[in-house]
Design a protein around this ligand. Structure first.
Ligand SMILES: [Zn+2]
Length: 442
């Protein structure tokens, strides 16, 4: 490379590092909102602006607790602990007047799943769950959660919208992986940022932050629910039965931004077609919001919606709509890409922006999505009644542990189990009444 060209690259990187990677809060926040000054901004608690450093998990906890203490729109709860004993947090965000009737709201949601019940779909709130950085080394999610929580707590203009909406915000699905990764990139950050992909900051040591403490990919565990993070989370999902489930991820540095729908041929055949139509309708909101900030994006050209053990697919078999977001990763604070320097704040802003577009979609589609969930379970009942198979029986004479663990998994998903009143032999297999269970298809 000749000297001029080299100089140009250096200047470009300095520009990217000193101007674009150091941003203030207004870089992120959407136009047209005013913010309640009594709600602490992330920087006022963390001591640095979002995106300047990778937030550690204890700092996430610190900020979310500060927000909950300051805002009457937020209730915070600990729904479990990771293996390394980090608290798993869920923020329930809604209009203050709704907190006295959360039980009533949940009971109406149960009615959506009961084909005999009449849920008030026209008047009941919509519930939107937001899950961040199940993969700990996909950090724009958890860092964007700081902005989303701040915006929902402080934006004056959304007060009315929150009357009809409950947001469940999980800032950090995988605390141990998130913290492992944040420690790596923060400890290798230099005063003048270096976006060379060979930079040590951008090449974390194995086993990397994607997985939890035992190196298990938690985004494969929504169905088998073998880890404490998943067990606590699935219990909350079943308690609330959200209409929309958002799942914030990252992909390769040279990509742009992806949101579902994914590749149509890679949808699970049991997921109703209507689910994809609703996903497509919600997608128009993301497109509109990303257009506004000039970010590139795409849909349908990659990513499946097949395996129900993933966060964006698990909801699709339960009358809900799961949405996968994939942001091109800066991994550390800055990384060169085919599109130019990719800064960490830029990745955070895109994720925050689709949180805003999802909020708008949820608000506008409230009745439609509640109706969809009710229709989903009514249709499921009709299909079950038309099926020649009415139930499955399982059991094991010699391996009680195997039966116990299957029962445990099924019950995590709020599926009813029945015991047998007598021994039965089916297709040549004997089922001992005290060692067998039955799941009815209806
Ligand atoms: Zn991921």
């Amino acid at each position: 490379m000749d000297r001029i060209k080299r100089l140009f690259v250096v200047v470009l990187l300095l520009f990217a590092g000193t101007v674009r990677a150091q941003v203030d809060l207004s870089y992120y926040l959407p136009e047209g909102y005013t913010y309640n000054p009594s709600i602490p901004t992330p920087a006022s608690v963390l001591g640095y602006q979002v995106g300047e450093w990778h937030v550690s998990h204890d700092q996430v906890v610190m900020y979310m607790k500060a927000l909950a203490a300051a805002s009457d729109r937020i209730q915070i709860e600990e729904y479990g602990r990771s293996y390394e004993k980090r608290p798993l947090l869920l923020l329930t965000i809604t209009a203050p007047s709704n907190f006295s009737r959360l039980d009533e709201i949940k009971s109406h949601r149960n009615d959506l799943r009961d084909p005999q019940a009449a849920a008030p779909v026209e008047s009941m709130p919509i519930v939107m769950y937001m899950g961040h950085s199940v993969h700990g080394n996909e950090p724009s999610g958890v860092n964007a959660s700081l902005l989303s929580a701040y915006h929902f707590a402080a934006a004056n203009e959304i007060a009315d919208d929150l009357e009809d909406m409950v947001i469940l915000l999980d800032p950090a699905i995988n605390p141990d992986g998130i913290n492992r990764f944040a420690s790596w990139v923060n400890s290798h950050k230099s005063y003048h940022m270096n976006g060379d992909p060979n930079n040590r900051e951008l090449n974390e040591a194995w086993p990397r932050g994607r997985t939890n403490h035992y190196w298990f990919d938690l985004n494969r565990d929504w169905l088998p629910v073998q880890h404490p993070e998943s067990r606590g989370r699935i219990a909350k999902i079943q308690e609330w039965k959200p209409n929309i489930v958002l799942d914030f991820h990252e992909m390769g540095t040279n990509s742009t931004y992806f949101f579902q729908p994914g590749v149509p041929s890679r949808n699970h055949p049991l997921t109703p077609k209507k689910n994809f139509e609703l996903t497509e309708k919600i997608a128009t909101y993301h497109a509109k919001h990303l257009d506004k900030i000039g970010s590139l994006y795409y849909t349908q050209e990659s990513f499946d919606d097949f395996y129900y053990g993933k966060g964006s697919t698990y909801p699709d078999i339960q009358g809900s709509v799961g949405i996968l977001f994939e942001q091109a990763s800066s991994r550390g604070h800055l990384q060169e890409s085919v599109h130019g320097p990719l800064t960490f704040p830029f990745t955070i802003r895109n994720q925050f922006t689709t949180a805003m577009s999802s909020f708008e979609a949820a608000r506008d589609m409230r009745v439609e999505l509640n109706q969809y969930m009710q229709d989903f379970y009514r249709e499921a009942m009709t299909e079950a009644n038309a099926d020649p198979i009415s139930a499955y029986i399982f059991g094991s004479k010699d391996d009680a542990a195997r039966v116990f663990h299957l029962v445990d998994i099924i019950q995590q998903h709020d599926i009813q189990l029945f015991t047998l009143i007598q021994d039965v032999t089916l297709y040549g297999v004997e089922f001992d009444a005290v060692k067998s269970y039955m799941v009815q298809l209806n």
